[in-house]
Design a protein around this ligand. Structure first.
Ligand SMILES: [Mg+2]
Length: 175
């Protein structure tokens, strides 16, 4: 059962993912979570770091789509200035929202990676769809209410995932 919560890779921050690394793995598109993956959950606007990273991905022609359980208002505010596509109210771990993002990318599953800070939503949904995934450390040490509840369950699952997959370690790269 823990196999559904196992990320393909664990990288400390999404901002450590570089186009060359992704290309080496034949990854041509990224689906990413928003809260605590790209920016802190309680931060209303995009950060400079996020802007730089998106620009780097755009230059490398690697499209990025945000899939967030948060509201359209919240996600649009962050995404609109950068012209990146998004799926708000995605209801992860339900598959629909991430499926929509896959359609937007129009790439085969093997060429897409999902990035997120939560096993119960991001990684679980990626695994349900047969997508590769990167677990990142949450940007802020605090969380919204629903996430706080999820985190407790997540801690227990994460321990089991690590125990069952000793090769899985935090790294700076995906290979
Ligand atoms: Mg998140």
């Amino acid at each position: 059962m823990t196999k559904y919560f196992k990320p393909t890779w664990m990288v400390e921050s999404i901002y450590q993912l570089k186009p060359e690394q992704l290309q080496k793995r034949h990854i041509k598109g990224v689906i990413t979570d928003l809260d605590n993956t790209l920016i802190a959950w309680n931060e209303p606007d995009a950060s400079e770091e996020m802007a730089d990273w998106l620009q780097m991905m755009a230059q490398a022609e690697i499209p990025v789509v945000i899939v967030s359980n948060n509201s359209k208002k919240r996600v649009e505010r962050v995404a609109a200035d950068y012209g990146i596509r998004y799926q708000a109210m995605a209801k992860k771990p339900l598959r629909h929202g991430m499926r929509q993002a896959l359609k937007k990318l129009a790439l085969p599953k093997e060429e897409v990676v999902v990035v997120g800070d939560q096993l119960l939503t991001d990684i679980f949904t990626a695994n349900r769809l047969g997508l590769q995934s990167v677990l990142v450390k949450p940007i802020a040490s605090s969380d919204g209410k629903v996430t706080q509840f999820n985190r407790r369950i997540e801690q227990a699952i994460f321990k089991r995932v690590l125990k069952g997959n000793p090769e899985l370690k935090w790294g700076k790269m995906i290979d």
